[in-house]
Design a protein around this ligand. Sequence first.
Ligand code: 9MR
Length: 747
Amino acid sequence: MKRRRTALLSLAALLATALTALPAGPAGADEAEQLRNGTFDTTTEPWWTTGNVTAGLSDGRLCADVPGGTADRWDAAVGQNDVTLVKGESYRFSFKASGSPQDHVVRAIVGLQTAPYDTWYEVSPQLSVSGDTYAYTFTSPVDTTQAQVAFQAGGAADPWRLCLDDVSLLGGVPPEVYRPDTGPRVRVNQAGYLPAGPKNATLVTDATTRLPWRLRNAAGKAVAHGWTVPRGTDASSGQNVHTIDFGAFRGRGTGYTLVADGETSRPFAVGTGAYEQLRLDSLKYYYTQRSGIAIRDDLRPGYGRPAGHVNTAPNQGDADVPCQSGGCDYTLDVTGGWYDAGDHGKYVVNGGISTWELLSTYERSLLARTGEPGRLGDGSLALPESGNKVPDILDESRWELEFLLKMQVPDGQPLAGMAHSKVHDAQWTGLPLLPSDDPQKRELHAPTTQATLNLAATAAQAARLYRPYDRAFAARALTAARKAWTAALAHPEVYPDPNDGTGGGAYPDDNASDEFYWAAAELYLTTGEKQFAGHVLSSPLHTADVFGPLGFDWGRTAAAGRLDLATVPSRLPGRDQVRRSVIKAADRYLATAGAQPYGMPYAPEGNLYDWGSNAQVLNNAHVIATAYDLTGAAKYRDAAVQSMDYVLGRNALNISYVTGYGEVSSHHQHSRWYAHELDPNLPDPPRGTLAGGPNSGIQDPYAQSRLKGCTGQFCYIDDIQSWSTNETAVNWNAALAWMASFAADQG
Ligand code: 9MR
């Protein structure tokens, strides 16, 4: 046994030390080791540690004593600098690691050794649980000679010991071919079908002629049978597929399976329970996204956490936030609101469409023939406000509305009445990180016309919906909406900086005509005033086709105005025409759904799935559902309900994109606090959380390392690192909530 050597070079000393390169010892012809001394035979050099870690040799390994009581992973680390990476080249990152006591997590990263410490690859295995050898392959997204390999071990309450050996970063290895496990080839809605609703499934097969299918109940008895319909090669997945229609079956129960071509589907229910539950879960999601308030564990068991960004250290807090780079001479209290997504940013633009869709879920329940407002009533969502005699969905939406109102530039300032676009961290933070642990400086970003009109639209909509419950709030909201509208007219072309994406998202948008149309529509529907009708009627968007293949979203908001003009009672001249335009759009989405062997109303141009495609599918379904509300025609109801099948498992990956729904569901969504994948002490996202979904852009390095060349539906991976395909976001869950509520109403 070798004597343990304490005290490594400090990080600072190491950075100052010139390092001698060791002779390369390639394992294969073109494979080249990038690390020096990963075997620790005689020394631990040139590995560094942070000042609070003591490391030395032990049995030919590097063992590090990690202190307890640090906050974040990176607060205690061992690493090696000056590693070279070549862009596009594949590397095998492997090491042996053990922890005592066991079960500790180490975050192993390959990233930039200086600020802003970009992370290009990371894994966070739990040690000494299932063997101590780890190997991963990734592709470098950069060219650099300043890469760092580091093992971050901070964040534990008590001291522990981390031992490492055979650390290797081997360049020139063949990239790993990623093959998702897609399970049985019969694809169904794993959460369940409505007893009187459409029931369709998709079979992946090489067969080109029809095949028999059987529906089995939980006891294995065949309760229906028929023939598949061959559909040829499906463009969205590249697969040869057949469809199965078992809509004639009218039974109820759980544990059904569909059998065809020798394959048995995942089990599913036929009943109404899943949608009733999903209506609530998709809305309950917002409480745990709240900023500025402690989340109560009694209301969300497993999700309790301290309040985020309330000026308690290490948070710098949202109570007195200055403008970015001295853009203003005031600070604002912008506490509250919802965190946008997996980051800690709060954005007026995306907050706006999300609030609108939640308020519209409520407004539909009041107006549509199948609406059931009681289901969204007081006590339905287990909120701190439950019991106040106000529908819970209004309580939850108000949490965001109050934040949106706080983002308005105060009177007396040059841009008074406009809304700041966003508040977020000065720099991007790593994962995992509870909102209450974020140490970054918070900054208000410049006001924009789009943010101002998001405020005008949602505050105007709020004014009509909260009036029966809180007249004072309704009046305050309407005053703010009018003020915002006037400010937007005075500053009609102040757009967000598309490059303002450090520490938070940019939400770039160089056109505000859709936001003007939407805000004018909401102000008109609430006030009935001629000035707003005039703006609606004279907007070129009023008669334009605002329902494209990608659906409406935070950057395409005209549809929100059009849908409300069609459904909320008013005396708008030509209202029939408005209603017909929604039905016409629904007919197009219906045709798309009919042509898709997976049944979703989504066929983006060039088969290029967009960022957040799952929400776009659901928003197209929202338009179809509105056509049902307008006409009562069953074809619209059925196509809208059928769209849910895709999101809940009838897709090429055979995955339900909603956490906790179906036998296999997304549960590793990118989030700084639902980060169970990185820290066993943190939870997975709550039941009812929608993943963004397939995104042909695969902007994040993790997705790039796994999914390069992916076809449409395959551009998705359920990993916390994949922020471009697998994030959670308030606008996406709003689309889910609206549709889940509609589907529940059809039971
Ligand atoms: O959903 C947004 C997508 O449409 C944009 O293309 C992308 C880049 O701006 O940003 C997405 O939104 C993210 C936001 O910028 C920051 N918070 C997380 C959001 C979801 O990924």
